[in-house]
Design a protein around this ligand. Structure first.
Ligand code: SF4
Ligand code: FES
Length: 249
């Protein structure tokens, strides 16, 4: 395939960015989107030009590092799929593809397609530790937990902290991410001790980082590669109201 790429280039967080056009030739439909960018970068490096900076790590959909907006959609056109798992067979010869970084005040661009997502780390840190000694896997298995509860907790634990929910939201809200983290621990018995303190601290930290509010439009759920349900936001809000009305452990 021959593709025209319009890629966001920005030297650093203080510089003005712009879309720069590149032509990618002989693109195999079998390679992934990130491998296609690797090939483009090899060509740029051979010409002595600055390679396009983008984040990735696992390239198998589990680390949450890849953070590209492809043709206006965080993680691109495939539902429930990270951009590292997107393959070029999804595109056609002659296509023009626009590639941009996550755009949110709380995720400043560091370079080109790389944004600083340490705001998410600070929200997690604000949640604090689980003080219950959970023991090993056999101990966990010995605690009777209703199947639907353990499955709901595991569904929330699937969040990989990628930030696509923020990038898709017109308010740059982190509610789906925080809701997933709150749901995961508030559903399990081990998460009960710090339950009230945790939800208040994490929401306060999200506000302090500059993430917006939720206006219930569902873009976050639509782009989430782990298909975290928007109902986790309702659960988080219930947890928060309960914690504010009845503070304490
Ligand atoms: S809720 Fe989904 S989109 Fe948001 S950080 Fe978690 S995995 Fe990514
Ligand atoms: S590189 Fe790890 S999820 Fe995409």
């Amino acid at each position: 395939m021959r593709l025209t790429l319009k890629i966001w280039r920005q030297a650093d967080s203080a510089a003005a960015g712009r879309l720069v056009e590149y032509v990618a030739d002989h693109v195999s439909p079998d390679i992934s989107f990130l491998e296609m960018l690797d090939v483009v970068n090899e060509g740029l490096i051979k010409k002595g030009e600055d390679a396009i900076a983008f984040d990735s790590d696992c390239r198998e959909g589990i680390c949450g590092m890849c953070s590209l907006v492809v043709n206006g959609v965080p993680h691109g056109p495939d539902r429930g799929t990270t951009v590292c798992q997107l393959h070029m067979r999804r595109f056609r010869d002659g296509d023009t593809i626009t590639v941009e970084p996550w755009r949110a005040k709380a995720f400043p661009v560091l370079k080109d397609l790389i944004v600083d997502r340490s705001a998410f780390d600070r929200i997690i840190a604000a949640g604090g530790y689980v003080s219950v000694n959970c023991g090993g896997a056999p101990d966990g298995n010995a605690i009777p937990i209703a199947k639907e509860v353990s499955e709901a907790a595991m569904d929330s634990a699937a969040c990989i902290g990628c930030g696509a929910c923020v990038a898709a939201c017109k308010n740059a809200s982190a509610h789906l991410f925080v809701g997933a983290k709150i749901s995961h621990l508030s559903l399990l018995p081990q998460g009960q001790v710090e339950r009230r303190r945790r939800v208040v601290a994490m929401i306060q930290q999200a506000d302090a980082e500059g993430f917006g509010s939720c206006s219930n439009e569902g873009e976050c759920e639509a782009v989430c590669p782990k298909e975290i349900a928007i109902s986790s936001i309702a659960r988080m809000t219930r947890e928060y109201v309960g914690a504010v009305l009845r503070p304490g452990p």
